[in-house]
Design a protein around this ligand. Structure first.
Ligand code: AP5
Length: 213
């Protein structure tokens, strides 16, 4: 169970659970969202191309994302497995992963109703240095505004405004939700119901993976 995909709507808790699995299994969390935000922050050519789509809640083009993902999984720390958080997000991206010859062990969907997602997003804070994700109520930092992991500053994401969250949810339904069928056909899809508390979801995630809590 070392190569896994986390599927789920924006704010379903993919990043939060990917961090927990990464800590537990010692395999890297690979978040295309975090990589793209880093590129935007650093003003790279890639970041300039991605920024407009990200700020509006649209998807970055398949070509760009497939390229960065391919390079990332070729890095040494991914040799023993990884958790894909936010990739694939279209059928074309899933097909590209297959073409790369990546044998995925499990695809885990974290299911959360849209109403709960909108409430969650307003309280999310992310570390601007390492990308770790927090919530002011459900997963607060020990010191307000400071990342527990790296000491960086935590901030609100520009795409977490209520209007942008609604368009991201619509994009998810149109472009990403079809991946559930894509992976159900392979027999690799498992669904975990996202719970009110982070720790309760983590328990279900570990149980589904057959990992000791
Ligand atoms: P990305 O960063 O991947 O955003 P996303 O998929 O929209 O997902 P989020 O990061 O918003 O949510 P999450 O599910 O990780 O939830 P989290 O754990 O933070 O992508 C951003 C943008 O980049 C995209 O819009 C697109 O433009 C581009 N992009 C990225 N990948 C791409 C791709 N493959 N192709 C094309 N474009 C791509 O949790 C949310 C909040 O809730 C947190 O505050 C958390 O603390 C809290 N929380 C989590 N679980 C619980 C719980 N159980 N109870 C209470 N609170 C909880």
């Amino acid at each position: 169970m070392n190569k896994m995909i986390l599927l789920g709507a924006p704010g379903a808790g993919k990043g939060t659970q990917a961090e927990a699995i990464s800590d537990k299994l010692g395999i890297p969390q690979i978040s295309t969202g975090n990589m793209l935000r880093e590129a935007v922050k650093n003003g790279t050519e890639l970041g300039l191309k991605a920024k407009e789509a990200m700020d509006s809640g649209a998807l970055v083009s398949d070509d760009i994302v497939i390229g960065i993902l391919k390079d990332r999984i070729a890095e040494p720390d991914a040799a023993n497995g990884f958790i894909l958080d936010g990739f694939p997000r279209t059928v074309a991206q899933a097909e590209a992963l297959d073409t790369m010859g990546v044998a995925i062990d499990v695809v885990m969907e974290i299911a959360v109703p849209d109403e709960r997602i909108c409430a969650r997003m307003s309280g999310r804070r992310v570390c601007e240095s390492c990308g770790a994700s927090y919530h002011i109520e459900y997963k607060p930092t020990t010191v307000e505004g400071i990342c527990d992991k790296c000491g960086g500053k935590t901030v609100q994401r520009v795409d977490d405004t209520p209007e942008t969250v609604l368009s991201r949810l619509a994009v998810y339904q149109e472009k990403t939700a079809p991946l559930k069928d894509y992976y159900a056909k392979t027999g690799k899809l498992v669904t975990v119901e996202g719970q009110e508390e982070v720790a309760d979801t983590t328990k279900l995630v570990f149980k589904a993976l057959g990992v000791q809590d």
